[in-house]
Design a protein around this ligand. Structure first.
Ligand SMILES: Cc1cc2nc3c(=O)[nH]c(=O)nc-3n(C[C@H](O)[C@H](O)[C@H](O)COP(=O)(O)O)c2cc1C
Length: 329
């Protein structure tokens, strides 16, 4: 459609000439203010309704396979995002207690050969489970809502899945953010992970998604995915950011997102689908910032694709552009 192409061009100009020249936290905060204040979601042009686009994740029907990945916890932003063409929207990862996150600077922009990306060491800045329960109560699910949670202990995950899970349509367990040691460490404890997943499934009341790290590709295939399957988890999100050293960040390391990690996402999806067949529904996240990348992941066996960095660098029209490309096919 001409207007989605025009909107993409317009946003590209705005991003290249203005937003990308601001420090990234300022640009992100401007974007969040705009999302909170301006009723973008009333513009029907962001959406494309076509029953051929529908998919199911763990038995839950999504109107299309494009998912906004974990980042936002603000109620107004979540509400708006659900009207911007996505087939599902994921919340920021929520922990039991509120967390201030890591100190600034915790987000920087990188220019890689593949295009614009981000490196963050956000450290799960979030309002905590009690406040977020209030946020989610009464929130209209215009499309399915995926509630993301993480903890440091087995009990944390079980408690979060019990209290927050049923306020979403699916619950996503984050064991893959590289910025909080104890979450990331689940990747080295597959036996404990299996027990945790069994307990979570027993209380969640909604399908469970396990979000994997691209930093553990071998371990994922050998131990983590088999442990998830044995525990009855049928949906994977592959995956999160890639851990890299970044001296500009307060922690000296962070998670790289954006087009540089796309080749790894594609390879991970291809291998996982080949190895585990149709036993799993697979969300492919990492580096999607153009329709052809979303298509390549779906062709490689992904059930759905997620992205966050593309939402920042390409703007809110990207979902519509991807949907047009899928319908054209
Ligand atoms: C600033 C920032 C915050 C993020 N917060 C979370 C989070 O709370 N939970 C999570 O599972 N992933 C989080 N992510 C990771 C994204 O959801 C996504 O998995 C990752 O960025 C790779 O996708 P992308 O290349 O499309 O951005 C965050 C990413 C960024 C850049």
């Amino acid at each position: 459609m001409w207007y989605s192409r025009a909107a993409l061009q317009w946003y590209r100009l705005l991003y290249d000439a203005f937003l990308s020249r601001l420090p990234e936290p300022v640009a992100i905060s401007l974007g969040q203010t705009a999302l909170r204040r301006l009723p973008f979601d009333r513009f029907t042009g962001f959406r494309l309704e076509d029953s051929r686009l529908a998919v199911t994740l763990g038995g839950v029907r999504l109107p299309n396979p494009v998912i906004l990945a974990a980042m936002y916890y603000d109620r107004r932003i979540l509400e708006r995002a659900m009207g911007l063409g996505f087939g599902a929207v994921t919340t920021k990862t929520i922990t039991r207690e509120p967390r201030p996150g890591h100190p600034q600077p915790n987000l920087v922009r990188v220019r890689t050969a593949a295009g614009a990306g981000l490196v963050n060491c956000n450290g799960f800045q979030n309002p905590g489970a009690a406040a977020f329960t209030a946020t989610l109560r009464g929130l209209a699910h215009r499309v399915p809502l995926i509630v993301s949670v993480a903890g440091e202990t087995e009990d944390d995950y079980v408690e979060l899945a019990r209290t927050l899970g049923s306020l979403g349509d699916l619950v996503e367990l984050n064991i893959s953010s590289p910025n909080t040691r104890l979450v990331y460490a689940w990747n080295t404890r597959p036996k404990d992970l299996r027990v945790m997943l069994e307990r979570v499934r027993a209380v969640a009341g909604v399908p469970v998604i396990l979000k994997l790290s691209p930093d553990f590709a071998d371990v994922n295939e050998r131990e983590i995915i088999p442990a998830a399957l044995e525990a009855g988890v049928r949906v994977l999100n592959y995956g999160n950011t890639r851990r890299i050293d970044e001296p500009r960040l307060s922690q000296g390391t962070g998670g790289l997102s954006g087009p540089e990690i796309f080749p790894a996402t594609l390879a991970n999806v291809q291998r996982t689908r080949t190895r585990f067949g149709s036993a799993l529904d697979l969300i492919a996240t990492g580096g999607v910032d153009a329709p052809d990348k979303a298509r390549a992941l779906l062709d490689a066996g992904a059930t759905a694709v997620g992205y966050f960095t593309g939402f920042i660098t390409r703007g809110p029209i990207l979902a519509r552009q991807i949907l047009e490309a899928l319908v054209a096919r």
